[in-house]
Ligand binder design. Structure first.
Ligand code: NOJ
Ligand code: CA
Length: 719
């Protein structure tokens, strides 16, 4: 039965008496009360209704089509009346906001925050409590959250489970990851929702060490496509002091329900009022590109808390990293095994001869960075403890301040500064968060004293305190604590294995990067699917930038380590495209200098490409198949285009009508060469230059697992 909701925006609450026939209808439909609100362009309609028994529900339509069918709202609490039913509506307020803001770094210069808001206040007589639900309807989707005011009967509560539903209109195609409390480093599975259960086991075992919470549990951002061409993305925004949400799928009715990450006791959240939940987000459009261009998640986060952001700068970097990932060199200095960190005098132990982070080698990277205009060099494996860590779950492994004897902190500080290059600090916490927090102040002070302004942190392994999960409330509070504490020291943070981003970088822009997905490193651990980078921007990147570490030109890993038979599932040309399609203010050129020196013509693109942007246009997009994006460099007239496609290859057709009509340009196209193929012939590429204007249309062949990159630089004023 379809509901015909009360258009209270038109009527207003004071005129509610005129709507008596409506109330009669509601009575027939057993809806206690309903409120409706539309997006500014009227394409989306959100309806809130209390159903029989005072159960709060919402539904969402897009151009008259169901996106979310009537779905329940609420929270189940521990040892007290749950906030799921028995509600009456005591108030509804509305607001329209249209404002613009400028991100500290980003894909566009200015972001418009334009929405209509409805806030309903619900009273639960049985418990003498109230709860609000705030809905914001944008042209590109919906955000809503729960709000709990401080009140005598609700000053503190424990969440047993959040019961937010997303009832989908059918058996959509889904781009999904198995539900997991501790990793997102899975290959995405593309299937109908009805196939999730059957495919779950295989999806989990491809990443053997991991466990999932149920045969139909899914992670967010979850990308969906309906049979009639609606693109729907479900995620969350502003995840603060709360557990990360996954989704449990009812695969008969296609209803998704929130599933929060538990703590060590199995509880899902400790809430002290006043408090709000994170926003639950539904981005929707009939154009795939709109999902990529959406700023909804950022808009639902608070403006930056920092007064001075001048110290936060996008970074292009190289690093002593891929050589360890491939197994060519090692993080550890010795071959010791089963040692206890405190009992080792490293200056007296025998080096293993493969330690990457030694002073002379780091200097080579600094020279390379300086020569080619990179901002920074990441150095991993510089500090003591790596021998003690691998595969073990120990409380105390790293102290984050003691260097191996062959890594001269002061000399490298001096040398890097003399070349105007920064060294990026590395803090592998080994999952021992307690240990990290104990050392944090000293570790950050050590960075300041030695000229570091950015840290890559990591959380590999089981979390200590034991039983806590990477995505639980306790850990989420920890990640934010490290970011705000880093800000006190003017340090930028790139956190790996931390919770997936939810737009918090708007508020805390020194959170310059995250991993939280299967990155390039997996190309050395068996490989990523060839279509991986046609999906990630629709899933993981919806929450924020990823330190994907592209730029691998030597796609055969065995060239560095004969034991390693892995290969990069991408052509060389597509590696260039990723600097544009995988937005991040922090971009690594991940391959080794010795390889870049062999391909200096292709390397030129990585040198030229910007890391901060004034404008972005999605030119072509279909999740799982292809993405082509153009971006305008911050404060400049040059544009960069990147295109990535799946294992089938394709012809890309783009229109350069985004260029300034008053200018003529030279475009350098870095494309797949003849017979290029991500597996059989990945290094075939061809570079050509063409004169272009805003009237130019380009066609470009993309090889299987391939793509192309273009830099477009003004050559003069057009006639
Ligand atoms: C996993 C990270 O993703 C990788 O980049 C890092 O090198 C290792 N952990 C070691 O910390
Ligand atoms: Ca495909």
């Amino acid at each position: 039965m379809k509901q015909r909701p009360f258009l209270s925006r038109q009527f207003g609450r004071s005129k509610a008496l005129h709507a008596l026939p409506f109330f009669f209808l509601c009575f027939l439909l057993q809806i206690a009360h309903a409120e409706e609100i539309k997006s500014p362009n009227s394409n989306l309609t959100l309806t809130f209704a209390l159903q029989e028994g005072g159960v709060p529900t919402y539904k969402l339509t897009y151009k008259g089509r169901d996106v979310i069918k009537p779905s329940k709202l609420g929270l189940e609490l521990t040892n007290t009346t749950s906030l799921t039913d028995g509600f009456t509506q005591t108030n509804a307020t509305r607001r329209a906001i249209d404002e613009s803001w400028q991100p500290v770094w980003g894909e566009v210069k200015t972001i418009r925050n334009h929405y209509n808001e409805l806030t309903v206040t619900l009273a639960q007589a049985a418990s003498s409590r109230t709860m609000k639900v705030r809905f914001r309807v944008f042209d590109d989707g919906l955000g809503f959250r729960y709000e709990f005011e401080r009140q005598p009967k609700l000053d503190y509560f424990v969440i047993k489970e959040e019961r937010t539903q997303f009832a989908l209109a059918g058996d959509h195609k889904a781009f999904w990851l198995p539900g997991d409390y501790d990793t997102q480093e899975y290959s995405t599975v593309t299937s109908q929702l009805s196939e999730v259960r059957g495919k779950m086991k295989a999806a989990v075992t491809q990443n053997a060490s991991q466990t999932t919470f149920s045969p139909t549990g899914l992670q967010t951002p979850l990308m969906l496509k309906s049979k009639d061409g609606l693109y729907i993305n479900i995620h969350e925004a502003a995840l603060i002091d709360y557990s990360c949400m996954s989704l449990e799928l009812d695969d008969k009715n296609f209803v998704l329900e929130s599933h929060l990450t538990p703590d060590a006791r199995g509880d899902k959240g400790y809430i002290q009022t006043p408090a709000t939940s994170p926003w639950r987000t539904v981005i929707v459009s009939d154009k795939a590109g709109d999902i990529l261009e959406s700023k909804l998640v950022l808009n639902l986060n608070e403006p930056t808390k920092y007064k001075d952001t001048s110290w936060i700068k996008p970074v292009k970097y190289v690093g002593v990293w891929w050589e360890m990932i491939t197994g060519k060199s090692s993080w550890s200095y010795t071959n010791l095994e089963n040692i206890k960190l405190d009992s080792v005098d490293y200056s007296k132990t025998k080096p293993n001869g493969t330690h990457g982070a030694n002073t002379a080698h780091v200097k080579e990277y600094i020279d390379f960075a300086a020569k080619h205009g990179f901002d920074a060099v990441l150095v991993e494996g510089w500090n003591t403890g790596w021998e003690d860590w691998f595969g073990k779950s120990k409380d105390y492994v790293f102290d984050f301040v003691t260097a191996y004897p062959d890594f001269d902190v002061q000399e490298l500080h001096r040398y890097a500064a003399s070349k105007n290059v920064k060294i990026i600090m590395h803090h592998e916490t080994s999952g021992s968060v307690r240990n990290y927090e104990r050392h944090l102040d000293k570790a950050y002070q050590f960075m300041v004293d030695n000229g570091y302004n950015a840290v890559k942190s990591g959380y590999v392994g089981d979390i200590i305190p034991r039983g806590e999960h990477h995505y639980g409330q306790w850990l989420n509070n920890h990640y934010l604590y490290t970011i705000t504490k880093a800000a006190d020291y003017k340090i930028m943070v790139n956190a790996h294995e931390a919770v997936r981003p939810t737009g918090l970088a708007r508020t805390y822009p020194n959170l310059i990067g995250n991993e939280a997905a299967r990155g390039t490193e997996y190309e050395s651990f068996g490989g990523n699917n060839a279509d991986h980078t046609t999906i990630l921007p629709f899933t993981r990147l919806i929450g924020g930038p990823m330190d994907y570490t592209p730029g691998i030109f030597q796609t055969r890993v065995s060239a560095y380590n004969p034991q390693n038979t892995s290969f990069v599932h991408s052509t060389l040309a597509r590696q260039l495209a990723l600097y544009v399609t995988m937005y991040s203010p922090l971009q690594m050129a991940a391959d080794l200098p010795e390889t870049y020196n062999k391909f200096l013509d292709a390397f030129q693109f990585i040198k030229d490409v910007a890391v901060d942007w004034d404008d972005t246009k999605v030119l072509e997009a279909e999740p799982g198949d292809y993405i082509t994006i153009a971006r305008k460099a911050k404060g400049k007239s040059s544009w960069f285009v990147g295109s990535t496609c799946d294992e089938n290859g394709r012809t890309s057709s783009i229109n350069l009508n985004f260029l300034d009509p008053g200018l003529s340009y030279v475009a350098t196209v870095y494309a797949d060469g003849k017979n290029a193929h991500y597996e059989k012939n990945p290094q075939a590429y061809a570079i050509r230059t063409v004169k272009v204007t805003n009237k130019t249309k380009l066609k470009q062949l993309c090889a299987p697992g391939g793509g192309y990159a273009i830099s477009i630089v003004p050559s003069g004023t057009a006639r």
